[in-house]
Design a protein around this ligand. Structure first.
Ligand code: EPU
Length: 413
């Protein structure tokens, strides 16, 4: 890619990766045919489809209409193999639904990944409180429960994954489960809404406490995936970093309040539109401090993009990462483009420089990749982002959309 173009135009965002994968897992809870719409055309959806097929489901993905249709049989297999889990950590989200449906589940342990090893202790503790026995054998997490029952569960931290696992187990458990200190991300609200449409009884949706009363069975539904706030936020940063003017369609600005407010502080004009928002930038951005926190705090999944923005802004900013420390690894790559960033534990001090200069860099995960592409958009000369397949996992049609907005970029290999 060659930096220097101002990005101008319109982009449309589809459903959120971090929602659709869980909605696909939630489909396991009901026999019959579930249809999901606004499904992004990304590799992770294919991996999840393959996992569901191995469990005995029929899955078809019609990319032309962004739809996935899943037919779930009466009897399911209950094993998620290592070859799939190691390719996609989110495979773990079949844990709750399979335990609820089959009374037994074997899921390969995901192990570490590029943004640090991530625990499963809260998932396990929650399931144990609901009556499951959980062991770790030969690299597999094996959970079984003759019958799950309601329980009171307090999460140490509002973990997205643990909230989903416990929720999906609780909807078919006998009795009432109260889950306190749950994650409140829009993707959690989305799955709660789908489960409710399926017949689940959930109170407190969108709050820190979910009260779930188990039901005998759930019905399949057609559900529209919530729009991807992280993709939308990435486009917002693209407008600001390039001094551009981008209208983001099918986006919900309420899901991005802090991030959009930070962009306003950086000097951007942000306005709501009929089905999204518009971001216009006319000056050099000012550096903005950010602190990542569970929703409604600033999302960790936009942290690298904001470091890229701060790297060419006026002034200095302190970025604090509270979820995944290893997310600062990409800073070394950004430094190859001339950025001035120092990290110390979970803090990064970014001093804005006048210009970045193009260079080959390596992307280590989806969001780091997005951050590097944003930096490349303003770096003088040519930037080559290696490992760009990571980016494709979270951003459907990224290169085409960038080109549509006026960037000089091409995909290789
Ligand atoms: N944690 C534990 N024990 C647990 C669960 C979590 O210690 O039992 C810790 C993790 O180690 C981590 C923190 O809690 O430090 C946050 O983990 P969380 O469970 O909230 O995150 P996740 O479910 O693993 C999802 C998204 C991430 C996103 C985070 C935070 C999916 C597939 N992944 O991960 O998305 O960053 O929530 O919002 O939904 C991405 O899209 O690039 C991505 C990494």
């Amino acid at each position: 890619m060659t930096g220097g173009s101002r990005l101008v135009g319109e982009v449309r965002v589809t459903g959120a990766k971090n929602s659709v994968l869980k909605l696909m897992a939630a489909a396991l809870l009901a026999r019959g045919t579930t249809t999901l719409t606004e499904v992004p055309d990304i590799l992770d959806v294919e991996i999840m489809a393959e996992l569901l097929r191995r469990l005995g489901c029929q899955v078809s993905h019609d990319k032309a209409v962004a739809q996935v249709v899943i037919t779930v049989p009466d009897a399911l297999e209950h094993r998620a193999d290592y070859d799939l889990v190691r390719r996609m950590r989110a495979s773990i989200c079949v844990l709750g639904p399979l335990l609820a449906r089959c009374g037994q589940v074997d899921v390969a342990l995901p192990g570490g990944d590029n943004i640090g090893s991530r625990g499963l202790d809260m998932h396990i503790d929650g399931l144990e409180r609901m009556g499951a026995t959980v062991t770790n054998e030969h690299g597999y997490l094996i959970a079984s429960a003759a019958a799950l029952h309601g329980a009171s569960i307090w999460l140490d931290f509002p973990s997205v994954g643990a909230t989903e696992t416990i929720l999906m187990a609780a909807v078919l458990a006998k009795g009432t489960t109260v889950i306190d200190n749950v994650a409140r991300e829009p993707e959690i609200v989305d799955i709660c809404q789908m489960l409710t449409e399926m017949g689940a009884r959930i109170e407190g949706i969108g709050s820190s406490t979910l009260t779930v009363t188990g039901v005998e069975s759930l019905e399949p539904v057609t559900h529209r995936t919530v729009s991807d706030r992280i993709v939308a936020g990435t486009w917002a940063v693209a407008a600001v970093i390039t001094g551009g003017d981008i209208t983001v369609r099918n986006a919900n600005p309420d899901h991005l309040r802090i991030a959009l407010d930070k962009l306003t502080t950086a000097g951007a004009e942000v306005s709501s539109t009929d089905d999204g928002f518009r971001v216009v930038m006319r000056e050099r951005p000012k550096a903005v401090d950010i602190v990542t926190l569970p929703y409604p705090g600033f999302p960790t999944d936009l942290q690298p993009q904001f470091i890229a923005l701060n790297s060419i802004s006026e002034g200095a900013a302190l970025v604090t990462e509270n979820l995944f420390e290893a997310r600062f690894r990409f800073v070394q790559e950004l430094a190859r483009l001339g950025a001035d960033v120092r990290t110390d534990g979970h803090h990064a001090l970014v001093r804005g420089v006048e210009r970045l200069s193009g260079a080959p860099v390596e992307s280590t995960d989806i969001r780091a990749g997005a951050g590097l592409v944003l930096a490349g958009l303003v770096a003088e000369g040519v930037t080559t982002v290696y490992g760009a397949s990571h980016i494709d996992r979270g951003y459907a049609g990224f290169v085409d959309q960038l080109v549509g907005l006026g960037a000089t970029v091409e995909a290789q290999g």
